[in-house]
Write a protein that binds this ligand. Structure first.
Ligand code: GLN
Length: 539
C-alpha cells in the first residue's frame, strides 16, 4: 500500500505549489523511496491541449502523448522520472469516464451521484497511478486554492481516502504570507482563513509550507502553529529564493523529509543526501559568465506583463544546458512581429549568442520568425528551431536557398509550394473538427543520420522524442531541399517523416519537428540543447 500526500494551496495561486510537490518528491526519492506525482486540474477541459498558452501556460506532453499542465514537466524534471497519462486528472476526464461507464450500464442500474461517485472515480485514478508506477509515495497536487468551488470534489476525494486509510494519507497546505509594504510585517491571517476553509471540507493539514518573500520568524511560526493547529516544527519556512532548484535543499533545512516520514511511521531507506542536487545549486549560484539566448516567439505578451510560462520547458532546457558549462543563461524575449515591421530590426539578433524559434500555432508572427531564421542562417548565429521553428526553417530555406519564392506551410495559406503540409491522417480530423487530443502526440522513434551535428550530440543511432503537431515536411520537396544543402539529420523510420534538419557550413543550425525541451533534466541536459549552448558560447 502506497502513502498518499495531498498538497493543496491557500490564499492565492501561483506561489509554487508545483515546485513544492516536485521538491518533496525529490527529497523522498533521495531518502530511497519510489515516488510519483499526480496533477489534478479542476477545470472541465479534458486536457490542456485545447487551451491558449497565454491563458494556461505551456502545454506539456508526456511520452505516452497526454497534453497536460506544465507542472507535470516540473515533476519530471525534479523527480527524473517519466510521468504517464494516469497522473493527470481533470474534472473533464473524471466526468467523461463516469458518464461513459453509466452509458455502458456499468453501475448496475443504480443512480449515479456526484458524491460519492465522482470522488470515488478520483480515488481509483490516484490509486491506479500509484500501482502502475509501483510507487511507495503518491504525491497529489490539487490545482487552484482551497475555497474555490471547482476543486471541492477533489478535496472530498482526499478526505474520503484519509477516512478509509487513516495511516497512509497526509495533507500539506502551501499557503502565502504577505508582507504588505504599508505595514512592513508578515501577516498570518489569510493562512488562518485558508486552514479554516480546509477544516470546513473535513481536512486538517498536517504540515504547512509558508511561502513568503522572506523567511518565517519564530513569532510567526508559533502563531501559525497555535491558530492553525499544527506543531511548530511542521510549519515550514519557504521564502523566495534565487533558483527553484534550491527549494528541496531549503525544505530539508527545515527537516521536512523526516517530518513526513515520522508522521507516516516510515524510516529512511537510503542515506542519499541530495548530493548531486547540492552540486547543481552550487553551480547555478556560482556561475558568473553569461550566455545570451534570444527566444523569438509570441506567447509572452500579455498587457503590460511578460509571461514566461508558455515556454517554461524551453527555458528550463536552456538553463540545464547552460549550467552544464557553468554559465548563467540570460534569456531575452523577442516578439516575432517586430521583425515584420519597418525599419527592419532583425540586425539586433547579432547581440545574442544563440537564437531559438520555439513551437507555435497560427499565422501571427510567422513572417517575422522566418526573417529571424534567415538572419541566423546567413550570419552564422547558432540557431535551434523547435517544431514550428523547424517548419519555418524549411520554408525559409526553400524560399531563399532553393529559390521557391512561394514556399510556405498549408497551415497558414494555400501555398503553391507546400513544403510543409498537413499529415494525411490529420486532414479528416480537421475536417470533422476533431481537435482535442488528436495531434501527432507523444514519443516516436527517430533515426539519426551519421556524421551530423545531431549524431555527435546524441551519440546514438536511434532516439525517442516527444511530438505535438499536425503538419510536417512534405517529402515531395525532400530532394530539392537536400540538393541545395539542407541535411535531413533525423527521420522517423516507420513513416519516413523528417524529424531533424541541419544546415551545412554553419556553427549550429539545427531544427527538430519534435520537442526536445520536454526531455531535458537538470542533471542531464538534452544533447541538442547542450550542443546549441556549446556553440553559442564558442561563437
Ligand atoms: N503548428 C504546427 C503544427 O501543428 C507546429 C506545432 C508546434 O509547434 N507544436 O504542425
Amino acid at each position: 500500500m502506497a502513502k498518499y500526500i495531498f498538497v493543496a494551496g491557500g490564499v492565492m495561486s501561483g506561489i509554487g505549489k508545483g515546485i513544492a510537490v516536485s521538491s518533496i518528491g525529490r527529497i523522498l526519492k533521495s531518502k530511497g523511496f519510489r515516488v510519483t506525482a499526480i496533477k489534478i486540474d479542476p477545470y472541465i477541459n479534458v486536457d490542456a491541449g485545447t487551451m491558449n498558452p497565454i491563458e494556461h501556460g505551456e502545454v506539456f506532453v508526456t511520452d505516452d502523448g497526454i497534453e497536460c499542465d506544465q507542472d507535470v514537466g516540473n515533476y519530471e524534471r525534479f523527480l527524473d522520472e517519466d510521468i504517464y497519462t494516469d497522473n493527470y486528472i481533470t474534472t473533464g476526464r473524471v466526468y467523461q469516464a463516469v458518464i461513459n461507464r453509466e452509458r455502458n450500464l456499468e453501475y448496475d442500474g443504480r443512480c449515479v451521484e456526484v458524491v460519492p461517485d465522482i470522488p470515488n472515480e478520483v480515488i481509483s485514478r490516484i490509486k491506479r497511478a500509484g500501482r502502475k508506477t509501483k510507487s511507495e509515495f503518491v504525491l497529489v497536487e490539487i490545482g487552484g486554492t482551497v475555497g474555490e468551488y471547482q476543486n471541492m470534489l477533489f478535496l472530498e476525494a482526499a478526505r474520503m481516502l484519509k477516512l478509509s486509510h487513516p495511516k497512509d494519507v497526509l495533507f500539506i497546505l502551501v499557503s502565502y504570507l504577505p508582507v504588505p509594504n504599508m505595514i512592513g510585517e508578515m501577516k498570518t491571517k489569510p493562512t488562518q482563513y485558508a486552514v479554516r476553509t480546509l477544516n470546513s471540507a473535513g481536512i486538517q493539514p498536517n504540515i504547512i509550507l509558508a511561502r513568503s518573500a522572506v523567511a518565517l520568524d519564530e513569532i510567526r511560526k508559533k502563531k501559525i502553529s497555535v491558530f492553525c493547529n499544527v506543531a511548530p516544527q511542521d510549519v515550514i519556512s519557504a521564502p523566495d529564493i534565487e533558483t527553484i532548484y534550491e527549494v528541496p535543499l531549503n525544505f530539508e533545512k527545515e527537516n521536512l523529509g523526516n517530518r513526513i516520514l515520522k508522521k507516516l511511521d516510515l524510516k529512511i531507506k537510503k542515506k542519499k543526501d541530495l548530493r548531486d542536487w547540492r552540486k547543481l545549486v552550487k553551480t547555478i549560484k556560482n556561475a558568473k559568465e553569461t550566455v545570451k539566448i534570444g527566444i523569438v516567439g509570441k506567447y509572452f505578451e500579455t498587457g503590460k506583463f511578460c509571461l514566461m510560462d508558455s515556454y517554461i520547458s524551453v527555458i528550463e532546457a536552456v538553463k540545464h544546458a547552460s549550467y552544464f558549462f557553468n554559465k548563467k543563461p540570460e534569456i531575452f524575449w523577442l516578439s516575432a512581429s517586430k521583425y515584420e515591421k519597418k525599419p527592419v530590426q532583425v540586425e539586433e539578433l547579432k547581440k545574442y549568442d544563440g537564437i531559438i524559434v520555439p513551437g507555435g500555432f497560427g499565422n501571427r508572427g510567422i513572417e517575422g520568425k522566418i526573417k529571424a531564421i534567415k538572419f541566423c542562417r546567413e550570419n552564422k548565429i547558432p540557431f535551434l528551431g523547435l517544431c514550428l521553428g523547424m517548419q519555418l526553417a524549411v520554408v525559409e530555406f526553400a524560399r531563399n536557398v532553393c529559390k521557391l519564392k512561394n514556399a510556405g506551410s498549408t497551415e497558414f495559406s494555400k501555398t503553391k509550394e507546400p513544403v510543409i503540409d498537413v499529415m494525411p491522417e490529420q486532414k479528416t480530423l480537421l475536417k470533422e473538427k476533431k481537435y482535442g487530443g488528436t495531434m501527432r502526440l507523444g514519443a516516436y522513434k527517430c533515426k539519426i543520420k551519421p556524421k551530423t551535428i545531431s549524431a555527435r550530440a546524441y551519440e546514438k543511432s536511434t532516439v525517442s522524442e516527444r511530438h505535438r503537431h499536425r503538419y510536417e515536411l512534405n517529402n515531395d520537396y525532400k530532394e530539392i531541399l537536400e540538393k541545395n544543402g539542407l541535411v535531413m539529420a533525423g527521420k522517423n523510420p516507420e513513416k519516413d517523416l523528417v524529424e531533424i534538419i541541419e544546415a551545412e557550413n554553419h556553427p549550429f543550425f539545427v531544427a527538430t519537428q519534435f520537442h526536445p525541451e520536454f526531455k531535458s533534466r537538470p542533471l542531464r541536459p538534452h544533447p541538442l540543447f547542450r550542443e546549441f549552448i556549446r556553440a553559442s558560447i564558442k561563437t
